[in-house]
Design a protein around this ligand. Sequence first.
Ligand SMILES: NC(=O)c1ccc[n+]([C@@H]2O[C@H](COP(=O)([O-])OP(=O)(O)OC[C@H]3O[C@@H](n4cnc5c(N)ncnc54)[C@H](OP(=O)(O)O)[C@@H]3O)[C@@H](O)[C@H]2O)c1
Length: 189
Amino acid sequence: MRIALIGAGNIGRTLGGKWTAAGHDVVYGVRRPSEAGTATVADAVAGAEVVVLAVPGAAAKELIASLGGDLAGKVVVDATNDVQGSGKLHALDELTGGAHPVRAFNTLGWENFADPVVGGVTADLLYAAEPGVAMDTADRLIRDVGLEPVWVGGVDAFDVVDSVTRLWFTLALQRKLGRRLAFKVLRDS
Ligand SMILES: NC(=O)c1ccc[n+]([C@@H]2O[C@H](COP(=O)([O-])OP(=O)(O)OC[C@H]3O[C@@H](n4cnc5c(N)ncnc54)[C@H](OP(=O)(O)O)[C@@H]3O)[C@@H](O)[C@H]2O)c1
């Protein structure tokens, strides 16, 4: 897949490294492109099938608004958490018609994306997306990071996924269990 990663920090570089290793064509959309593999945000988005938002949460809504119709037809994965804001953690409500939103890669610290085996067990990644291209793309991208995808639901489940983020923050940071903390859903099959 051709993936535009908007933001080249902890999350962007970690996910981008995994997807490049898995054979995807990754371009980083950044504000000051200079290195190989980087482009302006607009150019990165224009050439991509999948756009992954990995910027500070406070910048995500404005970023989506500035891209507007350029996101039409693309799968847009929001990995951002607006932890300083007073509203929703995600920015996907700002998307206009024609884009395929995915809420994923926001519920665990980046260290667990770099190494998804935690305590000897492959971690789950809970995500939400509508069935079809959004869900299929998310499932593949999660597996290509080395995590086990667990589908929580469609767009109505974005806030449920975000409740997992709040649980991660509470356990890892407030209860001081540490950032190498992840989740596993257990069930009889
Ligand atoms: N860190 C984690 O463990 C973790 C886990 C899950 C989700 N998240 C979420 O993922 C997002 C990124 O976190 P991070 O730790 O990767 O942050 P980070 O290391 O600070 O990287 C943020 C990146 O976004 C870029 N950026 C900032 N504003 C931008 C804008 N308006 N347009 C384009 N690029 C912009 C920055 O580039 P410049 O050099 O231009 O400033 C930088 O490359 C956050 O929303 C965070 O809540 C983080």
